[in-house]
Design a protein. Structure first.
Length: 146
């Protein structure tokens, strides 16, 4: 068994967005109901809060927990787990500048989780700029070139 996902997957999928939304939300409430709520400062604050919240939801809201067992991918979204044949993977890619790094598996056909399975790989010291080293490893292991 080879665990591909970070142990922090649950945190980034559920806990961090909750703390961001509520923490910044209380800040927004303070700005909205402050005595000196004149000017457009409150609008900038609300737009920033909404923009970053949407960014977090769209980047980490769809991440999965992924591991390899033999010739199968075990993919979970924390409410459902599916076994997918590893030969259905047609490509591996990842983010270069986002932190934490993300990796996704592009599938040949539609799976119960769609054609793209994103996940957060385990953190590696010194991965710096560029894609996570797991992208190259998986491409080599699966014979996908690159």
């Amino acid at each position: 068994m080879k665990e591909l996902s970070s142990p922090l997957t649950f945190f980034y999928k559920f806990i961090f967005p909750l703390f961001w939304f509520t923490g910044f939300g209380f800040g927004a409430r303070g700005v909205l109901f402050a005595q000196a709520a004149s000017g457009a400062g409150w609008l900038q604050y609300m737009v920033l809060w909404l923009g970053v919240t949407l960014f977090i939801i769209f980047t980490t809201g769809n991440i999965k927990k992924v591991r390899i067992e033999g010739d199968k991918l075990i993919v979970s979204n924390f409410s459902r787990t599916e076994m997918i044949d590893i030969d259905r993977v047609e490509g591996v890619d990842g983010t270069a500048f986002l932190s934490p790094k993300m990796v996704w598996l592009n599938m040949r056909d539609v799976t119960p989780f769609g054609r793209k399975i994103p996940f957060l790989p385990k953190h590696r010291l010194g991965s710096g700029l560029g894609k996570h080293p797991l992208v190259v490893e998986l491409r080599q292991d699966l014979g996908l070139g690159g």
